[in-house]
Design a protein around this ligand. Structure first.
Ligand code: NAP
Length: 165
């Protein structure tokens, strides 16, 4: 697997979902942030600022993509025939995937809808120590605006949490 933004709010959970003994994980992250993806199970962090992921990965089965745009487009080139790009953000080619994609690769666009049962299941995994949630910062609900400003920097590591009394 090639996991983009492997220390992002979504990415650091995707790295863990690969599981011990699962697929070999290459994860992109800024150079100063390689300890976390390694701890979470990524075999090979790649500094996206100094290295081209396409030069480090080829014949990849699955690319989970939380970045979109040019990263999505270039990710098509590293997939093996029959491989899948799973994206949760607009790629720019999702409506024309059949033409834009490399022959034989697949595109899956996910829109997550949180529900009580799903959130409970995730909370249980965290409580049981099976899923590690890295918290970049926590804010009381009344300071949700500050949380948004921080999130919009696109530079945080793990999740931003709002605490509700
Ligand atoms: N479809 C859905 O259901 C769904 C659900 C949840 C989220 N989303 C969307 O998914 C996206 C990602 O959310 P998120 O919370 O995971 O993002 P995030 O936590 O804000 O991502 C920040 C991380 O991305 C890294 N990053 C930035 N540019 C990168 C690049 N070119 N290559 C590798 N890493 C890079 C940053 O590392 P550095 O600090 O080193 O730059 C930072 O650690 C958002 O657009 C969000 O709206 C969609």
């Amino acid at each position: 697997m090639l996991i983009h933004a492997a220390v992002g709010g979504v990415g650091h959970l995707v790295v863990q979902s690969a599981g011990a003994g699962g697929p070999y994980v290459i994860g992109t992250a800024g150079g100063g942030k390689h300890d976390l993806p390694r701890e979470l199970g990524a075999g090979e962090p790649v500094d996206y600022r100094t290295a081209d992921f396409a030069a480090r990965a080829n014949d990849v089965d699955v690319v989970p993509d939380t970045l979109g745009g040019d990263v999505s487009t270039r990710s098509l080139d590293v997939l093996r025939p029959g491989g899948t790009l799973v994206t949760i953000v607009p790629t720019g080619f999702e409506d024309d995937a059949g033409n834009a994609a490399e022959p034989g690769v697949r595109l899956a666009v996910l829109l997550v809808e949180a529900d009580r049962a799903g959130m409970r299941a995730v909370a249980d995994l965290v409580a049981e120590g099976k899923l590690r949630l890295h918290v970049d910062a926590a804010f009381p609900l009344a300071e949700a605006g500050r949380a948004h400003v921080l999130g919009e920097t696109g530079r945080t590591t793990g999740r931003i949490v709002l605490t509700v009394r």
